[in-house]
Design a protein around this ligand. Structure first.
Ligand SMILES: [Zn+2]
Length: 380
């Protein structure tokens, strides 16, 4: 079988759509107006991805406030916030360029999603002629909605985590029921968990094992056959062309991450200084039997944070090196991250999000061609 390849999920939103999110916050347009523009951008994303030959497509997350907040708010500014949440939660991350992203704060129970990702899958399936995948958010990210210290009166942390796991399980199951062939779970907080950033207290709490255990509470509800198509995505962040945790030694995460009983992993690598070391670590720590499923390592061969387009030759060479460390039947190719995980992302190194959308398609084409060339050379 040729080396499989898959995108993470997001694409830059057209500037017109980004402005419309702002217009909704400002009360200048209605939710229906915004949805019409989201649908237009989603259809354009699917058609352009299919034109590159991408075998499994997404809508580029054009309908989502962000990869992390789509279940609980319509916009990043908090328009359409779900029940029992307030806007002033803890930082999720402080990025290297100084900007930050903040989560809402849980104020009481019960915790419930207002939007499930299957809504997007249903719409996308009507447009796409290729298979459709969907990225969903990990429970380990949303556990940060609960205040770090103390308990909410009348809604214990344990009760919240139980409700959260139920919602995430439902989110994944409904995506498959709506026709997604793959569901990947975004786990960008994994590497950040060892950051020890004094400005962001949760990153100093050694929470990585708690994250992994919580995620496994959800993964273990699925059969090996189902988990073959449920993935985990890791990266050091990717927002406004900046990262939040690339300075954290990668082995701290990679030595633990494969404890998650996922069937595949979408692993940032192209932007690492020593890519071969990352292949080696993935070869060392990934498992050929994770409670009944072999873990496939999709290595990042494209960096979505730079406008320079990788060549197919580079992609091929990276995969040939990776194949020295990872069994080829457990090797795949991906991008380091989604191209724009948050709905407001001006892609400053690219100059504009509209240009970054064009660049993304060129990069994806290089991944597809390079992966094809590597498969040919490896005789698979
Ligand atoms: Zn990412």
């Amino acid at each position: 079988m040729p080396i499989p390849t898959e995108l993470v999920g997001s694409l830059p939103r057209p500037e017109k759509l980004q402005n419309a999110y702002q217009d909704l916050d400002d009360g200048k347009i209605t939710w229906e107006d915004l949805q019409a523009l989201q649908d237009e951008a989603a259809e354009d994303s699917i058609k352009r991805l299919e034109a590159t030959g991408e075998p499994i497509v997404t809508d580029g997350e054009q309908r989502e406030s962000s990869f992390a907040t789509y279940p609980i708010t319509d916009t990043l500014a908090g328009t359409g916030l779900a029940d029992n949440l307030a806007g002033d939660g803890q930082f999720f991350a402080i990025f290297d360029d100084g900007h930050h992203r903040q989560l809402p704060r849980l104020t009481g129970g019960p915790f419930r999603y207002k939007t499930f990702a299957s809504e997007f899958v249903e719409k996308n399936r009507k447009i796409a002629t290729h298979d459709v995948k969907q990225a969903v958010i990990a429970p380990s990210m949303l556990m940060l909605l609960y205040p770090l210290e103390g308990e909410i009166e009348g809604y214990s942390r344990d009760q919240f985590l139980a409700d959260l796991c139920d919602e995430v399980e439902k989110d994944i199951r409904q995506c498959f029921a709506a026709g997604a062939v793959r569901v990947s779970v975004d786990f960008t907080e994994g590497r950040l968990a060892n950051k020890n950033d004094a400005r962001n207290p949760w990153t100093g709490r050694n929470m990585l094992q708690d994250f992994i255990d919580l995620n496994n509470q959800v993964f273990d509800r699925f059969s090996p056959e189902e988990r073959r198509n449920i993935g985990i995505h890791t990266c050091p962040g990717g927002d406004n062309d900046s990262v939040h945790s690339k300075d954290v030694p990668y082995e701290k995460l990679l030595s633990k991450m494969f404890e998650i009983n996922a069937g595949y992993f979408l692993i940032q690598c192209a932007s690492e200084e020593d890519k071969e070391e990352v292949y080696r670590l993935c070869g060392k720590y990934s498992r050929d039997d994770a409670n009944g499923v072999a873990q496939v390592c999709f290595m990042g061969v494209i960096n979505p944070l730079t406008p320079e387009v990788e060549t197919a030759e580079q992609v091929k060479n990276d995969l040939l090196t990776a194949a020295k460390h990872i069994p080829v039947e457990r090797l795949g190719a991906t991008d380091d991250c989604g191209f724009s995980p948050f709905s407001r992302d001006l892609k400053p190194k690219h100059g504009s999000p509209d240009f970054a959308r064009d660049v993304a398609m060129q990069k994806i084409s290089a991944r597809l061609e390079g992966t094809r060339m590597a498969s040919e050379e490896l005789g698979v």
